[in-house]
Design a protein around this ligand. Structure first.
Ligand code: NDP
Length: 447
C-alpha cells in the first residue's frame, strides 16, 4: 500500500479509536480503491474518502423494557445512517451481545458499496442492539422489539431509512418491529423489509441472501468453465443465510457436509439432503435448539464442540455465520485441503491476513459485498412492490435476483480484470461499488 494510503488509514484510526472492525472494513476498501485516487483527481481534491468514511448520522439510544419476572432491563440501541447518496439508508438490524459502535460502523460502511452494486436506489445504514434474543420468551422478544421501535420510529421512514433483519432479527422480530412502527407512525408504508408475505413482504426475501451467494458462485464457476454439480461444500452457521445457501447448493447438485453455530460444527460425510435440512430448519427456526442435536439425530454425522468447519476438506467454502470466522490458520487449512474458492455469505467472515493467504495461493475469494448482496437486493424489490402496492410471484422475484447477481458478477469482473492469481473479485466489487457512490457524491457538490 502507498504511503499516502497508509497515512489516510492512520488518520482514520486516530479519528475513530477503539473501532477495530470498522478499521478492518475501511482498510480493505482503501486498499482496493486507492489507485482510483490517482486516476480521478477530483476524488482526492474533493476528499471523497474522508467524506465516505464519516457516517452522515449516528443515533444511539436507551431501550428500557420489562422481562417475564417483572424486572426492568436496559439495553443499548443504535442506528448508523452512513450514506444516503444513492437512496434512503438501507441495512439490517442486528440483535447480539457483541453489538457495539465499531461492529455497526463496519456493517454500515460495507452496506454502502454493497447496495451500490445492486444498481437499486439504496443508501447504506445499519443498526441494532446488544440485546440477546437467545433464551428469551416470545413475549420478552416482543416487549424488547416494541421498546426498541418506540425510539427508532422517529428516525426512519419509507423515503428516509428502511431497516431489515440480520443476526438475531428474523421474521418474528420484524413482525414485532413493524407492528409497533405502524402503530406509532400511523401509516402503512412498508418501512421495514423482510416482512411476512401477508403484510407486504416479498416472495424469496427469506431465501435471498443464501440463494444469491450461490447464484454469484455459479457465475464465478461459469466464468471458470465449471459448475457446482458434484462439488463438496462446507457451510458455517445454521441461521437464515446458511439454511438457504444449503438449500440452493443441494438443488444445484453440490454436497453440503457441514453446518455450525456458536457451540461448534456438525460434519455429515453423507451430505445434508432436503429432509435433513428440513430438520435443521425446524430445529433452529421453531424449536430454537442447538446444531449439536443434528449429530444425535443422524447416524454417521458428528459434532465438534468449539470448532469451525474449515478443517473438513471441500471444493468450496461458504462462511455464513459471522465476522472473522476464517482466520489465517483456517485459510491455510482450506488451501492445504485443496479448496477452489470461498464465497462470503456472512459479512466480513474472512480476516485480511486470511484473505491474503487464500489469494496468494490463487484461490477465489467472493467478497461479502458482492456475494451476499442478494438479501438487500430483494429488500430493494420489496420496497418497490410496497410502493406499487403490488406483490410479484416467486418466479418474478427469483428471476430478478438471478439477473442482479449476474450483473454484480459482471461489474466486478470488468472492474478487476484477469490478474496473475485469477480474478480479484474483492478489488472488482470495491471499485465498482465505490465509483457509483463517489461519482454521485461529486454530482451533489460539497455535501
Ligand atoms: P442468523 O441469526 O439467522 O444466524 C446466524 C448464525 O451464525 C447462527 O447459526 C449463529 O449461531 C451463528 N453465529 C452468530 N455469531 C456467531 C459467532 N460469534 N460464532 C459462531 N457462530 C455464530 O443470522 P443470518 O443468517 O441472518 O446472518 C448471518 C450472516 O450473514 C451475518 O454476518 C449477517 O450480517 C450476514 N447477512 C445476512 C443477511 C440476511 O438477509 N439475513 C444479508 C446479508 C448478510 P448461534 O445460534 O449459536 O448464535
Amino acid at each position: 500500500m502507498s504511503d499516502h494510503a497508509q497515512a489516510f488509514l492512520d488518520g482514520l484510526k486516530q479519528r475513530n479509536p477503539n473501532e477495530p472492525e470498522f478499521h478492518q472494513a475501511a482498510e480493505e476498501l482503501v486498499h482496493s480503491v486507492w489507485s482510483l485516487m490517482e486516476q480521478i483527481p477530483a476524488y482526492r481534491s474533493q476528499r471523497i474518502l474522508e467524506r465516505v468514511t464519516e457516517p452522515e448520522r449516528v443515533i444511539q439510544f436507551r431501550v428500557v423494557w420489562e422481562n417475564d419476572r417483572g424486572e426492568i432491563e436496559v439495553n443499548k440501541g443504535y442506528r448508523i445512517q452512513f450514506n444516503s447518496a444513492l437512496g434512503p439508508y438501507k441495512g439490517g438490524l442486528r440483535f447480539h451481545p457483541s453489538v457495539n459502535l465499531s461492529v455497526l460502523k463496519f456493517l454500515g460502511f460495507e452496506q454502502i458499496f454493497k447496495n451500490a452494486l445492486t444498481g437499486l436506489p439504496m443508501g447504506g445504514g445499519k443498526g441494532g442492539s446488544d440485546f440477546d434474543p437467545k433464551g428469551r420468551s416470545d413475549r420478552e422478544v416482543m416487549r424488547f422489539c416494541h421498546a426498541f421501535m418506540t425510539e427508532l420510529h422517529r428516525h426512519i421512514g419509507p423515503d428516509t431509512d428502511v431497516p431489515a433483519g440480520d443476526i438475531g432479527v428474523g421474521g418474528r422480530e420484524i413482525g414485532y418491529l413493524y407492528g409497533q412502527y405502524r402503530r406509532l407512525a400511523n401509516e402503512w408504508t412498508g418501512t421495514l423489509t423482510g416482512k411476512g408475505f401477508d403484510y407486504g413482504g416479498s416472495r424469496i426475501r427469506p431465501e435471498a441472501t443464501g440463494y444469491g451467494a450461490v447464484y454469484y458462485t455459479m457465475e464465478i464457476l461459469k466464468h471458470m468453465g465449471r459448475s457446482l454439480q458434484g462439488l463438496t461444500c462446507t457451510v458455517s452457521g445454521s441461521g437464515n443465510v446458511a439454511q438457504y445457501c444449503t438449500e440452493k447448493l443441494i438443488q444445484q447438485g453440490a454436497k453440503v457436509v457441514t453446518l455450525s453455530d456458536s457451540g461448534g460444527f456438525i460434519h455429515d460425510p453423507a451430505g445434508i439432503d432436503t429432509e435433513k435440512l428440513a430438520y435443521v430448519m425446524q430445529l433452529k427456526n421453531v424449536e430454537r435448539g442447538r446444531i449439536s442435536a443434528y449429530a444425535s439425530r443422524f447416524p454417521g454425522s458428528s459434532f465438534h464442540e468449539g470448532q469451525r468447519p474449515w478443517v473438513v476438506p471441500c471444493h468450496w467454502a461458504f462462511p455464513c455465520a459471522t465476522q472473522n470466522e476464517i482466520e489465517t490458520g483456517d485459510a491455510q487449512q482450506l488451501v492445504t485441503n485443496g479448496v477452489m474458492g470461498v464465497s462470503e455469505g456472512a459479512n466480513m467472515p474472512t480476516t485480511l491476513p486470511a484473505v491474503e493467504r487464500l489469494r496468494s495461493a490463487g484461490k477465489v475469494v467472493a467478497p461479502a459485498k458482492a456475494a451476499n448482496a442478494g438479501g438487500v437486493a430483494v429488500s430493494g424489490l420489496e420496497m418497490s412492490q410496497n410502493s406499487l402496492r403490488l406483490q410479484w410471484t416467486r418466479e418474478e422475484v427469483d428471476s430478478r435476483l438471478q439477473g442482479i447477481m449476474a450483473n454484480i458478477h459482471q461489474q466486478s469482473l470488468e472492474a478487476a480484470g484477469e490478474g496473475a492469481n485469477g480474478v480479484d473479485y474483492i478489488k472488482g466489487a470495491n471499485v465498482a461499488g465505490f465509483k457509483r457512490v463517489a461519482d454521485t457524491m461529486l454530482a451533489y457538490g460539497i455535501t
